[in-house]
Ligand binder design. Structure first.
Ligand code: GLU
Length: 417
């Protein structure tokens, strides 16, 4: 087997090729869907608190807009690259199509460590980046949202900046904004809620009792921390968790309430006293029932996939598993719920938020969650059925659904001119 690289774009394309082959996709459609439609690279100055000017680089990539406006988050991280943002944009196209919401795919990124900036610097950076990408975003064009390193507050600054340029308030230009300026109930927890719905359905499919399961979570940001809380509430035992400071492990189970309080107080997990320390690599290979990668790309690869002990892997992160690792885990009977399905709760409620913002008519939390559950559970069973019929893993099954939807939409619309 030729090994898959740690280049997210090549991995995204390899995942796409597997589905395209099975769909016997026309070569023209293949070329259209294999690469992003538009990409914008920007360099822009920010005045730092001490008065000096620093120039930052950022991107906004729109992979596809056939099924609706481009949609996807903005990442602030020191390791952001254009190639990575291209992959992330492509994954958003398949994510939206897998759960059948009427959006295309996009992603943005800025090369910056937001933890090194003051609040004022972060605001100026966000407002200037929003200004630079304002030429391609908009409520009917491309709608940003939070991703790693960005928050509802950053979305508020982007919404305000865009609105100042227009001369009127445009709430639907971003999602994941604070509720008091038009954000949706349930959006902050939506990625975690969606993931837990898929874990529940997958557990049922393989006869695992989720309330007695032992869970490992890599990543303790908005998704990871909420997943820990929700699974703990369900009665599952979270035995290990990590963030960028490292991992903590207690085979008897971590007290999630104490861990969340510790993270809120100190900003990191690694010095939590009621647990042993583990590295990110060790954490992934711990003996458990459910493993949730909720951090970055390329975590489960051809190098460690044969040592993963979980029965279910639920991907909250985008692109945590390489195609090599997929093949190994499929052979070993591990049930992988792919990012485009397991991680789709966030963008699903983003869709609800966008609809609410456009209509200026707001739903209750109960309505949001009921619609979210319906969308995710339907998509899960469509993908499961596809995977059983075609005898392929859940990722390939999801891609078959998604690529087919986007291809058919392309053919229905026709090629312009
Ligand atoms: N950043 C999230 C994701 O990767 C959410 C995107 C959105 O809501 O547009 O799915």
């Amino acid at each position: 087997m030729t090994s898959t690289p740690d280049n997210p774009l090549q991995n995204a394309q390899r995942q796409f090729d597997i589905a395209a082959d099975l769909l016997d996709l026309d070569s023209g459609l293949r070329s259209i869907l294999r690469s992003p439609q538009r990409q914008l690279a920007v360099n822009f100055p920010v005045r730092m608190d001490d008065g000096h000017i620093e120039v930052f680089s950022g991107f906004r990539v729109q992979h596809n807009i056939t099924r609706g406006p481009a949609k996807g988050g903005i990442r602030y991280h020191p390791d952001v690259t254009l190639e990575e943002v291209r992959a992330l944009a492509m994954w958003m196209t398949w994510k939206c199509a897998t759960v059948n919401i009427p959006f295309g795919g996009a992603k943005g990124g800025v090369i910056v460590d937001p933890k090194q900036l003051s609040r004022g610097e972060l605001e100026r950076l966000s407002r200037r980046y929003a200004t630079e990408i304002a030429i391609i975003i908009g409520p009917e064009k491309d709608i940003p949202a939070p991703d790693i390193g960005t928050t509802p507050e950053v979305m508020a600054w982007i919404m305000d900046t865009y609105s100042m340029h227009r001369g009127h308030t445009v709430p639907a230009v971003v999602t994941g904004k604070p509720i008091n300026i038009g954000g949706s109930e349930g959006r902050a927890e939506a990625t975690a809620s969606g993931l837990v719905y898929t874990l529940r359905e997958a557990s049922e499919a393989i006869d695992l009792n989720i309330t007695e399961s032992r869970v490992v979570i890599q990543g303790f940001g908005n998704a990871g921390a909420n997943i820990a809380r929700m699974l703990d509430d369900l009665g599952a035992t979270v035995i290990a968790a990590s963030d960028s400071s490292g991992g903590v492990y207690n085979p008897q189970g971590l007290s999630i309430e104490t861990l969340l309080a510790h993270k809120a107080r100190t900003g990191q997990l690694s010095d939590f006293v009621e647990a042993d320390r583990v590295t990110q690599e060790e954490l992934l290979e711990l003996d458990c029932d459910i493993l949730v990668p909720a951090a970055l790309e390329n975590q489960i690869t051809g190098r460690n996939a044969s040592r993963i002990k979980a029965r279910i892997v639920g991907e909250a992160a985008n692109g945590p598993t390489t195609p090599d690792a997929d093949a190994i885990m499929f052979d070993r009977g591990i049930f992988v719920i792919p990012d485009v399905l397991a991680g789709a709760g966030g963008v699903t409620v983003s869709y609800f938020e966008w609809v609410q913002s456009l209509q200026e008519f707001f739903w209750t939390e109960r309505e949001v969650n009921a619609q979210l559950e319906r969308v995710i559970v339907n998509a899960f069973h469509e993908v499961l059925q596809q995977s059983q019929e075609r005898k392929v893993n859940m990722r390939t099954a999801a891609y078959i659904q998604a690529v087919d939807r986007v291809s058919r939409a392309t053919l229905t619309r026709g090629i312009y001119p």
